[in-house]
Design a protein around this ligand. Structure first.
Ligand SMILES: [Zn+2]
Length: 83
């Protein structure tokens, strides 16, 4: 796991990573695929990670989250070749 600042845009590393989002308030964590974020970003795969981290919020409603990048890990529903 590395800090999210290791990546500049969603398309970096060919989208071959996951974002691990951990809430600072309730410690709930979840994995988010770049493909999912690209579908929900105005710039798609060109969206800067900084913008996404800014928008992320936990299911408890808190916007204070830690984001880390994980490589070589495939969560359920992983799509290796997102289009
Ligand atoms: Zn939370």
């Amino acid at each position: 796991m590395v800090p999210w600042t290791a990546i500049e845009r969603l398309r970096d590393h060919f989208g071959d990573y996951v974002l691990l989002v951990t809430c600072r308030a309730c410690r709930h964590s979840r994995e988010v695929s770049p493909a999912f974020l690209a579908r929900h970003s105005p710039a798609g795969w060109d969206e800067p990670i900084a913008n996404i981290v800014e928008r992320l919020r936990c299911r408890c409603g808190k916007k204070s989250v830690d984001v880390q990048i994980g490589f070589n890990h495939k969560p359920r529903g992983w799509n290796k070749n997102p289009s």
